[in-house]
Design a protein around this ligand. Structure first.
Ligand code: FAD
Ligand code: SF4
Length: 331
């Protein structure tokens, strides 16, 4: 059985109190929300914070007044009426109902990156002399690389990037709003631009987008994404596309926007030809590494299909059968 390392536990009642603790404790403190990612990681000794600062006692983080509080659980979000469908589909496919009842939106956005050589227990990692991301100095996926290429595996981030959402970061020295896309860096170790003393407190999701999210995973019941395609479109009169945003998840160490596909579709309509061209552009940006589930060449090929499914769904095609086939691994 894997045991948790020792740590102090704090349960503040306000964001101001959290900021004060983080400022005082420095890098030995970590935030914990639902704990569904952090606690397993601590058991594997990926992170060994001396102090855990719980966000569970802060009511304001569980509010949805024009913005979504970062402490809302994924189940809370699924229970809300006015959630864009892309975010709803992403949240609905995170983990299992139990984990969605505990796991929060903020925790999902700050999820650690993943890799076959990293998501293992301490003894397993010790047997390969560890790796660059934790306790070692070689990347076993790209041995010449000085950068860790662990995969961003959050489902809600690509959905929120496509929706052009923003997040609020608060600390003892102030607050700032940034686009969700700017939270991420293409570095498996230093994957967030968030400063260690900053708390992600809220998410602002603009209205007016028609959106969807398609996820590739081994098991339909639950599994981390090995590809996520998020799409959001705004239409002007006559079904012409006024604005288009596409984001890929689980295809690099960060979720990212595929600007070229958005630019290509602006001013056009969704026809079989424009869908094929936009899908090819999106797929050309997916450059998966061999450090997660399933064959990487196949994962890259599937990106083209998934982008096409997303666009056809946004055109109004009935894609329910395709979703069902994917859930039953018949792609
Ligand atoms: C079996 C299993 C399957 C899973 N499948 C998926 C999946 O398919 N897709 C997916 O996306 N995730 C998956 N997860 C991961 C996890 O359950 C979710 O990502 C969940 O939303 C994480 O939220 P949390 O509140 O539990 O985060 P925590 O574990 O509490 O925190 C995660 C990280 O975020 C930081 N953090 C938390 N809240 C904040 C905040 N407000 N501000 C700044 N930093 C913060 C923590 O310090 C920690 O580094 C899975 C986990 C398990 C165990
Ligand atoms: S990508 Fe390389 S450095 Fe990063 S976790 Fe995997 S093996 Fe370790």
């Amino acid at each position: 059985m894997m045991r948790l390392p020792w740590f102090d536990h704090r349960r503040p009642r306000s964001v101001a109190e959290v900021s004060k603790i983080l400022a005082g404790e420095g890098p030995q403190a970590m935030l914990i929300a639902g704990g569904t990612d952090l606690l397993p990681n601590m058991k594997r000794r990926h992170q060994t914070p001396g102090v855990l600062v719980s966000l569970k006692g802060i009511e304001s983080l569980r509010k949805a007044n024009g913005t979504l509080g970062s402490g809302l659980t994924l189940s809370d979000i699924l229970g809300m009426e006015k959630i864009p469908s892309g975010l709803r589909q992403a949240a609905a496919q995170v983990a299992t109902p139990h984990l969605r009842n505990m796991g929060t939106l903020g925790g999902n956005l700050c999820l650690d990156t993943r890799c076959t050589y990293y998501n293992q227990n301490y003894e397993w990692r010790q047997a390969i002399d560890f790796c660059l991301k934790k306790d070692g100095d070689t990347c076993w996926v790209a041995t010449a690389s000085k950068r860790c290429v662990a995969v961003s595996s959050t489902d809600t981030a690509p959905a929120l990037i496509a929706l052009n959402a923003e997040i609020k970061l608060e600390s003892a020295s102030g607050e700032r709003w940034i686009p969700v896309a700017s939270l991420y860096q293409n570095d498996g170790i230093d994957y967030l631009s968030r400063k260690p003393d900053e708390i992600l407190t809220a998410v602002k999701v603009p209205d007016g987008w028609k959106s969807t999210y398609w996820k590739l995973r081994r098991r339909g019941a639950f599994d981390f994404p090995i590809l996520g395609v998020a799409a959001a479109l705004r239409f002007s009169s006559g079904n012409t596309i006024e604005d288009a945003r596409f984001a890929l998840g689980a295809a690099a160490s960060r979720p990212f926007l595929v600007e070229k596909a958005g630019a290509y579709l602006k001013g056009k309509r969704l026809t079989d030809d424009t869908i094929a061209e936009a899908s090819a552009i999106i797929a050309s940006r997916a450059k998966p590494m061999d450090n997660t589930d399933m064959d990487l060449y196949w994962r890259k090929e599937v990106a083209d299909d998934f982008a096409g499914y997303a666009l056809r769904e946004l055109r109004g095609d009935d894609m329910r059968d395709t979703r069902l086939r994917i859930a039953r691994h018949l792609v």
